[in-house]
Design a protein around this ligand. Structure first.
Ligand code: URA
Length: 275
């Protein structure tokens, strides 16, 4: 019948099929993983093969993936040695991209190192690449990134500015996209920290803006951005300013007012006014 599809052997209408698709996207199944599409109409017409008796026996459960403390410490030491050995941002990018200690690397499309002007006085530290960032290999290029550009544009700062005074430089705590946009895990952050610390050292911004909870955790060792926001602190041997993440502001527009206060505080600090 027109407008009807088959899903797990049952006929569903187009609206139900769309709802199922949205549900899968919410669960994190947000991309097709085959090179070529499958014609489900044609498949549904084919007779189902008989299941051999042996196949009915459940396969033994795979052993749990274990990263014990010793493995983790060895990987952190490896990351540290790679980061320490990098004397330029280009060398650091190559070293971090080549590091295989993060499982996330296997599922990501692109390595996402940085965007904007590396000479900028202001570095923005985010969380991890989202889907669009994963596609483009650049931080903050999705919806949240577009809002971020508007926010910083309002105080005269831009990722495209050549002049370091008017520029921003954008990096993430993690360089690889976590599946389904889940939060980075503690061990993933720990494995990324040697690269992040070196990244800040080499770019040497005057100020680092900590965008959201994950950036606060990475830089300050604690979450709670709604309490921390607007309060200047110190991390990476320089002043840091926690702010609510633009993705949060998209979901909670009234929080934009407080974010605007934080931007003004940043602007005043850049102008040499003590805040
Ligand atoms: N959120 C982040 O924290 N970073 C990005 O690059 C995109 C969304």
């Amino acid at each position: 019948m027109d407008g009807e599809l088959t899903y797990l052997g049952q006929t569903v209408d187009a609206a139900t099929a769309l709802a199922l698709l949205e549900w899968q996207a919410e669960l994190g199944a947000d991309e097709a993983i085959l090179d070529a599409g499958i014609d489900r109409y044609e498949l549904a017409q084919r007779p189902r093969p008989a299941i051999p008796a042996a196949a009915a026996t459940p396969a033994p459960a795979a052993p749990p993936v274990q990263t014990d403390q010793a493995d983790q410490s060895a990987l952190i030491a490896q990351a540290q040695a790679l980061a320490d050995g990098a004397d330029t941002l280009a060398a650091l990018a190559a070293a971090q991209e080549g590091f295989d200690g993060l499982e996330l690397k296997k599922g990501a499309r692109n390595f996402c190192f940085a965007d904007g002007n590396p000479k900028a006085r202001v570095m923005i530290l985010g969380e991890a690449p989202g889907d669009e960032e994963d596609r483009q290999g650049r931080p903050f290029v999705g919806r949240a990134g577009q809002l971020l550009d508007k926010m910083f544009g309002a105080i005269g700062l831009s990722r495209d500015a050549v002049d370091a005074e008017a520029a921003i430089y954008l990096v993430n705590t993690l360089p690889w996209h976590p599946p389904g946009d889940r939060d980075p895990l503690a061990h993933e952050i720990a494995l990324s920290m040697p690269f992040l610390r070196r990244h800040v050292e080499l770019a040497a911004p005057d100020i680092v803006v900590l965008m959201g909870n994950i950036a606060c955790e990475a830089a300050l060792g604690r979450r709670g951005v709604l309490r921390l926001r607007g309060q200047w602190g110190t991390a990476f041997d320089r002043p840091v300013l926690p702010m609510t993440h633009p993705a949060y502001l998209l979901r909670n527009p009234p929080a934009k007012r407080a974010a605007w206060e934080d931007l003004l505080s940043l602007s005043a600090r850049l102008d040499g006014v003590s805040v």
